[in-house]
Ligand binder design. Structure first.
Ligand code: CO
Length: 151
């Protein structure tokens, strides 16, 4: 395993649409292992492939002593609303209140291509939505009316 460099806001890779993963092979597993290590080292909640410069539809989440590898996610159901503070490893030192669904159901695949599904609530739902957005080139600051800017 190795850590990978997390790219930041100004890098246009973060604005691109990621491609579905078709090969559940050792290259994918190495990527996922590296992302886990990178997430642990940075004390983050979630990390999506585009954040390490790879335009593939996968992300990892570490929250409440649970760890998820989420490949080819599809949000199939959302309900409710929840407003809470949110940040992003690619936008250091910016935290803003963002509205997200309170409950979200996501279908996805695991690292072997097995179909999986999870229904998450509250902050876990927020994390899944935030990371899923990364695969579509969306950053959380896009939801703000008054966008913060860094010096
Ligand atoms: Co993020």
């Amino acid at each position: 395993m190795a850590t990978r460099k997390i790219i930041t806001q100004e890098n246009e890779i973060l604005r691109k649409i990621s491609k579905p993963i078709k090969n559940f092979d050792e290259d994918l597993w190495e990527l996922l292992d590296d992302m886990k290590e990178t997430l642990e080292k940075s004390n983050g909640v979630g990390l999506a492939c585009p954040q390490v410069g790879v335009l593939k539809r996968a992300f990892v989440i570490s929250l409440n002593n649970a760890y998820f590898e989420v490949i080819n996610p599809k949000i199939v159901k959302t309900s409710g609303k929840n407003v809470a503070q949110e940040g992003c490893l690619s936008i250091p030192n910016v935290y803003e209140e963002i509205e997200r669904p309170n409950v979200v159901t996501i279908d996805f695949e695991d690292r072997y291509g097995n179909p999986m599904s999870i229904t998450a609530t509250d902050f876990m739902a927020r994390a899944f939505c935030h990371e899923n957005d990364h695969l579509n080139g969306i950053l959380f600051i896009d939801y703000l009316k008054n966008k913060p800017f860094k010096k």
